[in-house]
Write a protein that binds this ligand. Structure first.
Ligand SMILES: [Fe+2]
Length: 293
């Protein structure tokens, strides 16, 4: 059984334990999350200069759209203001700022229909974040920038939380991805032939749920959940951001959901920054612990 908790006041240790069991948490009242959504909105408004960003796809050639979205995403991910707002976001949730680290957030821009679903707007097929080199103890936060509906959010395949599925993650190495494939995103317009770790069997969608919040509303989930970008049939471009955190005590203690099917190598941990002071995570210290998990 999986439970969805709304605006639940709970200590972070207990919440992570609950997330690691597959539960979801929704928060509609976090000032940091709303501030980060507003920051994204202002960068989007600047980039689209006067156009309605949710509908600009209908009046722009796709290559122009890609040229506009690439730098927008980079600015959101790497800007200093974004990092400061991530700190506030995490502190609002009551995480331990010494032991909690966050991965710099990503802005997702998913146009409707078949306009563009590759490269900068890659529609993620069903995956667990671990298949992309993330640690098993990862907590994920997914936040709409503009209000979303079932037709343009993420699909969560809840039946697979603890059930393996055949997949290509054993051919995925994070270091290789960073060196070779991530920089190629802006070249991918019609097809995305980068070696994403994909499911290799049909997914039974009976347990699929879609959670659609308003701007700045946060959906928290264990990254062990199998999830995908739902095909965007909403008629508008979806803008959302996602953030991930890790508490080092979980790695040290070997907590987290069971690894049911991931064979990826390499780790994203070297990308994470400490909530308290933005210091980088000492990833080498954890390499051995992660290999044994
Ligand atoms: Fe994901």
């Amino acid at each position: 059984m999986i439970t969805l908790y709304l605006n639940r006041e709970i200590a972070d240790d207990g919440r992570r334990e609950s997330l690691f069991a597959g539960n979801f948490y929704l928060y509609t009242n976090l000032p940091g999350a709303h501030a980060l959504a507003d920051h994204a909105k202002s960068l989007i408004a600047e980039a689209f200069s006067g156009r309605d960003p949710e509908r600009a796809q209908y009046e722009m050639p796709v290559d122009e759209f890609v040229e506009l979205v690439g730098p927008l995403k980079a600015e959101f991910t790497n800007g200093q203001r974004t990092k400061e707002l991530c700190q506030q976001f995490a502190l609002d949730l009551g995480v331990d700022p010494e032991n909690t680290y966050f991965d710099i957030p990503r802005l997702r821009v998913i146009p409707a229909d078949n306009y563009l679903s590759a490269g900068v707007s890659y529609n993620y097929k069903a995956h667990r974040d671990m298949w992309y080199g993330h640690p098993q103890q990862l907590v994920n936060y997914w936040v709409p920038v503009f209000p979303v509906v079932g037709d343009n959010v993420m699909s969560m395949f809840t039946d697979y939380f603890d059930k393996p599925i055949k997949n290509g993650s054993n051919a995925y190495d994070y270091d290789e991805w960073v060196a070779k494939h991530r920089p190629a995103a802006t070249e991918k317009i019609t097809t995305d032939d980068r070696p994403h770790p994909l499911p290799l069997e049909e997914i039974d969608s009976r347990g699929e749920i879609r959670i659609a919040g308003g701007s700045g509303d946060v959906m928290m989930f264990s990254s062990n959940h199998l999830h995908a970008s739902a095909p965007n049939l909403s008629g508008v471009t979806r803008f959302s951001y996602d953030l991930r955190t890790i508490n080092l005590e979980d790695i040290r203690a070997g907590r987290g959901p069971r690894n049911v099917d991931c064979g990826a190598t390499g780790t994203t941990l070297g990308d994470f920054l400490r909530v308290g002071d933005l210091a980088p995570l000492p990833a080498d210290e954890f390499a051995a612990a992660l290999q044994n998990s």
